[in-house]
Design a protein around this ligand. Structure first.
Ligand code: 5AD
Ligand code: SF4
Length: 428
């Protein structure tokens, strides 16, 4: 989501005549697109903003802008202005379209801008210019915002309520991206399963996926993120039947304990979640299932944590994003009693070790088999090698020339190493 938003920022700048440079010393403008989902993301953003102060001294005309979630937190605009007075432009998440005006105003009359619109149902914008940076994959927003208010999460406060794009606009963009040559399109939303609920025209995520699956051709579709309370059987059936929609579902569990799930306001139980997983596995046997898991949420006991480990062992995720709970000001969980950091640290270490074991075990199952891989890029630090993903989302590295990037190839896996798979191209 953040990467795609940066592509939109770059689109605005490109329209104004700016072009990308590789060294910040050469920049005429630096835009920080911030995230505040966890404390470390926020600290990193502030550290990075602090680190460009000297550039402003060397180049008085350098424009520094700060945008994204962090600016939308209460009082953030003021704090940024006081602590980082060399920042020229601060824009909230609903003010991004004003970037061009702010830059022009600054260039013409040296006026700085802090614009933070707190409307939680801002208008959905269409026709945004995007400067795409993601190679063979293109990101496509289907909706913005979130209505769920999980008690740990800042997103609904900084991104507002759910707003869906009209299906016709999504379909137009989808077809345009295919025409432009993208081989993989990832649909984006905080909670894609509630797509259309706010439109009152009968649109739904299942309806959208079904329309998308009717588009013929050799391409792949992924989507994220699904909320376990809303991922219904209709969607699972569409994925199972469609050759273009990847057998890959990201389904954040957060915790395996019913007590913690309730405190998190997640609106599902571990049994309900496991039933959904069983339905996925029954309909899509080779589905790559990934998740987000948090440890150290308020009131989490060792027993609750054991429930989380138990879910991890039962589901056998192909990979998991694991996080230590981080207090977010203004959320309900911030008012709950916090557990000691050393306890969280110990739990995250054990959780990662457990997941690594499973990832390794699952990787072994790929050995000796042939998979269709969409070649995405050069392999990092491996001359003469390229990499790409299987339909289920697993990364594979194999020998091949750069000209393969953007094409589908069959690869026989001959080695696995924890999360990495290695193979050789085989003829059809
Ligand atoms: N602390 C830690 N992790 C968080 N996430 C969201 N809010 C927090 C928080 N306060 C995690 C959740 C979510 C992912 C995007 O980030 O696991 O699914
Ligand atoms: Fe945050 Fe929950 Fe919304 Fe995801 S569903 S963005 S975790 S509030």
């Amino acid at each position: 989501m953040n990467i795609h938003e940066s592509e939109k920022i770059a689109g605005i700048l490109e329209d104004m005549g700016y072009s990308e440079c590789s060294d910040e010393k050469d920049a005429d403008i630096i835009v920080f697109n911030t995230c505040c989902i966890r404390d470390n993301a926020e600290k990193r953003a502030l550290g990075n903003i602090g680190a460009v102060k000297h550039l402003k001294k060397e180049n008085k005309n350098l424009i520094i802008a700060v945008v994204g979630c962090m600016t939308q937190q209460e009082g953030a605009g003021l704090t940024l202005r006081e602590k980082y007075p060399y920042v020229d432009i601060v824009l909230g998440t609903n003010n991004l379209h004003e970037l061009e005006n702010c830059i022009v105003r600054l260039r013409n009359s040296k006026k700085k801008s802090v614009l933070i619109d707190t409307n939680d149902r801002p208008q959905v914008r269409e026709g945004e210019r995007v400067y795409r940076t993601s190679g063979t994959n293109a990101w496509l927003n289907i909706m913005y915002g979130c209505n769920n208010f999980c008690t740990y999460c800042i997103v609904p406060y900084v991104r507002g309520r759910e707003r869906s794009r009209k299906m016709s606009n999504i379909m137009d963009e989808f077809k345009r991206l295919l025409d432009e040559g993208y081989k993989e399109i990832t649909l984006l939303g905080q909670n894609v399963n509630s797509y259309g609920h706010d439109l009152d025209d009968g649109s739904s995520f299942a309806g959208l996926l079904s329309e998308i699956s009717k588009i013929k051709g050799k391409h792949r579709v992924r989507f994220m993120t699904s909320h376990p309370k809303d991922l219904n059987r209709e969607v699972i059936d569409i994925i199972a039947e469609s050759p273009t929609i990847c057998n890959n579902i990201h389904l954040p569990i957060q915790s395996g304990s019913d007590k913690i799930l309730q405190l998190m306001n997640r609106h599902y139980t571990r049994d309900y979640y496991l039933e959904t997983i069983d339905a996925i596995k029954a309909k899509i046997p080779d589905c790559g299932i990934t998740t987000d898991i948090m440890v150290g949420f308020p009131y989490e006991t060792e027993e609750d944590f054991q429930d989380t480990l138990d879910i991890v062992r039962r589901v056998k995720y192909s990979s998991a994003f694991t996080f230590v709970y981080s207090v977010r000001r203004g959320t309900k969980a911030a008012l709950m009693p916090q557990i000691p950091p050393e306890v969280s640290k110990d739990r995250i270490t054990r959780l990662i070790a457990e997941q690594n074991k499973i990832t390794k075990e699952l990787s072994g199952l790929y050995e000796g088999k042939v998979y269709e891989v969409l070649c995405e890029d050069k392999a990092p630090k491996k001359e003469g090698y390229v990499c790409g993903r299987t339909d289920s989302g697993r990364l594979v590295t194999f020998k091949g020339e750069d000209k393969l990037i953007g094409s589908f190839v069959n690869v026989k896996i001959n080695k696995s190493q924890s999360a990495s798979l290695f193979g050789d191209i085989v003829e059809d």
